[in-house]
Design a protein around this ligand. Structure first.
Ligand SMILES: NC(=O)c1ccc[n+]([C@@H]2O[C@H](COP(=O)([O-])OP(=O)(O)OC[C@H]3O[C@@H](n4cnc5c(N)ncnc54)[C@H](OP(=O)(O)O)[C@@H]3O)[C@@H](O)[C@H]2O)c1
Length: 334
C-alpha cells in the first residue's frame, strides 16, 4: 500500500502522559500540549509536520494549539492541520482538544485584527473551514483590545459557544484587571472562562509577578503556559552558537542578539544543574513549570520529532528540592 492509513499507537494512554484538570471544569488537559505557531506552515515540509503531529498523538498529547495566523503564511498551519484531520485524525476527533484564536493581524482592512465581534465571528468560520472541523474545543480571544468594549469581545465568545462552534472560551495575554472583568462577564453569561493562555517560563515570570496565574486559580480558570522554553533558549539549542534553521537564525520572533555570551553562560550552568537531576535542560525547564498544578499544561513548540521526544521526557521527574529551585533563581537573576 502506498499510503497506509494512520493508526494511533495502542499504548498512547499507558500512563506516560499525565493529564490535569483545567481549572474548575470537567476538561482534562495533557500536561504537554503541542503548539503550531512555527514549523507547521506552508513554508515547512508537510512530511515533518505530519511526523510531529502523529508522534505527539501517539504519546498521549491530546491538545493542539493553533491560531488563525499561524504559519507562515497566515492560515497555513490550520490548513496543515486540516489536511491531517482528513488524512489521519478524523477517527480520533473526540480524543482531541483543538484550539484556535483570533486577535492579531490576519487579513487586510478594518475587520481582520483586534477584538470586534465582526472579526472574531468571521475568523472562526474561516478557521473551521481550514481545519476541516465542525467545532473547535477552545476558542480564544488572542489579545486584549483596548479600543473595543470588552463586552463586545466577550459576548462574541459567549455566542460562539452557544452556536456550538466552540465548546469552551478562553482569553490570552489579557491584562489583570481586564481578565477579572472577562471572568465575571463570562461567568454571568453561563459560559465560564475555561482557560487563560499566557507567556510563562523560568526566565519570564511576568505572569506570576503580575498576579495573573494566581488570579486564574482564584477564579477557577485553568492556566496554560506558552513559549515555555523561551522559544528554544531554555534548551541546549544555543549552547554552542546559533544553528542554521533555528528560530534565532531566522530572526523574526527571536533575535540572534538576544543570545549573548552572558546568557549562554547562565544556560550552561542551568544545563549542568539539569544534568545533576538526570534531565536535559529542556526537561528541567518544562518540569519547573509543571511542578505544581497551577499550570495545567505547557504548550511546547518543536521543529523535529526528537525535540518533542526530549520535551515529553520531562514528565518523568517534576519535583524539585528547595535548593534546586533557589539555585535556578540564583543562576538566572543574581
Ligand atoms: N497566545 C499567544 O499569544 C501565543 C504566543 C506564542 C506562542 N503561543 C503558543 O505556544 C506554542 C509554543 O510557543 P513556542 O514555539 O514559542 O514554544 P517553546 O517551546 O518555548 O519554543 C519552541 C522552540 O524551541 C526549540 N525546541 C523545542 N524543543 C527543543 C528541544 N528539545 N531541544 C532543543 N530545542 C528545542 C525549537 O526551536 P527551533 O525551531 O529553533 O528548532 C522550537 O521551535 C505556539 O506554537 C503557540 O501554540 C501562543
Amino acid at each position: 500500500m502506498i499510503n497506509p492509513p494512520y493508526l494511533a499507537a495502542a499504548n498512547r494512554y499507558d500512563g506516560a502522559m499525565k493529564y490535569e484538570r483545567c481549572g474548575r471544569s470537567g476538561l482534562l488537559l495533557p500536561r504537554i500540549s503541542l503548539g503550531l505557531w512555527h514549523n507547521f506552515g506552508d513554508v515547512n515540509t508537510l512530511a515533518n509536520s505530519r511526523d510531529m503531529l502523529h508522534f505527539a498523538f501517539d504519546k498521549g498529547v491530546t491538545c493542539f494549539d493553533l491560531a488563525n495566523n499561524y504559519g507562515p503564511s497566515y492560515g497555513s498551519a490550520e490548513e496543515t492541520f486540516g489536511r491531517m484531520m482528513e488524512s489521519s485524525f478524523k477517527p480520533y476527533r473526540d480524543e482531541m482538544v483543538i484550539t484556535t484564536k483570533a486577535g492579531h493581524d490576519m487579513w487586510p482592512g478594518p475587520y481582520g485584527n483586534w477584538g470586534s465581534r465582526k472579526y472574531l465571528m468571521a475568523s472562526l468560520n474561516q478557521s473551521l473551514r481550514r481545519m476541516n472541523l465542525e467545532y473547535v474545543d477552545i476558542f480564544y480571544s488572542h489579545r486584549f483590545d483596548p479600543e473595543t468594549p470588552m463586552e463586545e469581545t466577550l459576548q462574541a465568545l459567549v455566542d460562539i459557544v452557544r452556536q456550538g462552534k466552540a465548546l469552551y472560551a478562553g482569553i490570552s495575554q489579557w491584562p489583570l484587571e481586564a481578565s477579572q472583568f472577562a471572568y465575571d462577564y463570562l461567568a454571568a453569561h453561563d459560559v465560564p472562562c475555561l482557560i487563560y493562555q499566557g507567556r510563562y517560563n523560568m526566565m519570564d515570570r511576568e505572569k506570576e509577578r503580575s498576579g495573573i496565574v494566581r488570579q486564574a486559580a482564584e477564579n477557577g480558570v485553568g492556566f496554560t503556559a506558552f513559549s515555555p522554553l523561551e522559544q528554544g533558549i531554555l534548551t541546549d539549542r544555543y549552547l554552542n552558537g546559533i544553528p542554521a534553521g533555528s528560530r534565532a537564525s531566522i530572526g523574526k520572533f527571536l533575535k540572534a542578539e538576544k543570545i549573548t555570551p552572558e546568557l549562554v553562560e547562565k544556560l550552561r550552568k542551568l544545563n549542568e544543574l539539569a544534568a545533576q537531576r538526570g534531565q536535559s535542560l529542556t526537561q528541567m525547564s518544562l518540569a519547573w513549570l509543571l511542578k505544581d498544578s497551577q499550570v495545567a499544561s505547557v504548550i511546547v513548540g518543536c521543529s523535529s520529532v526528537s525535540q518533542l521526544d526530549d520535551s515529553l521526557g520531562c514528565l518523568r521527574n517534576l519535583s524539585f528540592t528547595e535548593s534546586e529551585l533557589s539555585e535556578i533563581d540564583r543562576i538566572l537573576f543574581d
